[in-house]
Design a protein around this ligand. Structure first.
Ligand SMILES: [Zn+2]
Length: 370
């Protein structure tokens, strides 16, 4: 069985020969001559096997795919070219991102569109070291613009069904509900998903957090629990620490997405540590959406030092500057993340997943645990 054996490079950027070289790599690395470049290719450093637990499939829609799908579906985009679209990726807060995120979804019309987007993510995620992915889809964002529920669910699920064989990535699908819409709307869609036997493992709660507290969705989460579904919720990204407490107490969630603002409440941190509550942290996302000013000021090192059960995830990688490997490279470059902490984060991600015990044991063994 393969075991992680990559040696850390003190103060440097790890070579990620199995993955596309990120812009950060290119910027940091000296320009090699042809001979040196050949050596890099011949001596790959293995990426850590990780589980990606916080990923919105619609947030993997890369600009190139947006243009390709628009052309296929005869949709006129409000951008002349890729550069004009990319120029829109300067966000001031969560809402400024959500506006673009929802607008770009217009190109997703057919099952094939959803399948192509999902396949593109899995291919890129596999190259980033992702070996298990729990993927959120926002059904309401598609139903509300006239795309049938079956189209989006079947399009994504058809690719997930073969992802282990095709990409070496085991997957689970999570239906996420938009907290800025009503609980009635969410309940209506959940009942439809249950009625059609949609292959979902759980439900999540995302979109505009502030002003839409967990208390708004108590009946939705009770219904999901009754149906035997896993439960997760975004909390403590832009919203206050009390949203994290309410998500745990009122919604009975098993994981918190983001959760970085827990650091403002020492008593809450103590509780999260004692209960080993998983927090799916997304460092590059937090910087892009200004939840933190710079990566250097990100609370991840403090969260690790406090003993919190944190993992590293990409959230909406097409919009936030990178996939899981890009997050790890940046963390190591800017924050000096140690190999010990990288392995710990990878282990946390696997242990905090909803994968079955056999799969978890398999992935932990790849990481060097037995
Ligand atoms: Zn998210």
């Amino acid at each position: 069985m393969e075991t992680y054996d990559g040696a850390p490079e003190p103060g440097g950027v790890p070579a990620l020969s199995d993955a596309p070289i990120s812009e950060a790599d290119e910027a940091a690395a000296p320009v090699p001559d042809a001979e040196e470049a050949a050596v890099v290719v011949e001596q790959p450093v293995k990426l850590l096997p990780v589980a990606e637990l916080h990923l919105h499939i619609e947030g993997t829609l890369e600009p190139e795919l947006i243009f390709a799908l628009a052309e296929r579906n005869g949709i006129e985009l409000p951008y002349a070219d890729l550069d004009e679209l990319r120029a829109c990726y300067e966000f001031t807060d969560l809402q400024s991102f959500l506006d673009l995120y929802y607008a770009n979804m217009a190109v997703l019309q057919t099952e094939q569109d959803f399948a192509d987007m999902t396949r593109a993510y899995l291919e890129r995620a596999a190259a980033a070291g992702v070996r298990h992915a729990e993927i959120m889809v926002d059904p309401q964002a598609h139903v509300s613009r006239g795309v049938p529920l079956e189209t989006c669910v079947n399009g994504v699920a058809s690719v997930l069904a073969n992802s282990l064989a095709e990409f070496g990535v085991s997957t689970l699908l999570i239906a996420a509900f938009l907290r800025d819409l009503s609980e009635e709307s969410a309940l209506d869609v959940l009942e439809q998903l249950l009625a059609m036997n949609a292959p979902i493992a759980g439900i999540g709660l995302d979109s505009a957090e502030v002003g839409n507290p967990p208390a708004k969705f108590e009946r939705l989460f009770a219904r999901a629990k009754e149906a035997g579904l896993h439960r997760i919720a975004h909390a403590g990204e832009e919203g206050p620490p009390s949203y994290i407490i309410d998500a745990l107490e009122l919604l009975d969630v098993e994981r918190i997405d983001h959760g970085i603002r827990c650091m403002e409440d020492p008593e809450l941190v103590e509780h999260l540590v004692a209960e080993r509550v998983p927090l799916t942290v997304c460092p590059l996302s937090n910087v892009r959406l200004r939840a933190v000013d710079t990566l250097a000021e990100h609370p991840l090192p403090a969260m690790l030092a406090a003993g919190l059960n944190v993992s590293v995830n990409s959230d909406d990688p097409a919009y936030f500057g990178g996939y899981v490997d890009d997050n790890f490279v940046q963390l190591q470059t800017v924050l000096g993340l140690s190999e010990f902490d990288r392995v710990r984060l990878a282990s946390n991600s696997i242990r905090s997943s909803f994968a079955d015990d056999e799969r978890k044991t398999e992935l932990l063994a790849e990481l060097g645990y037995s």
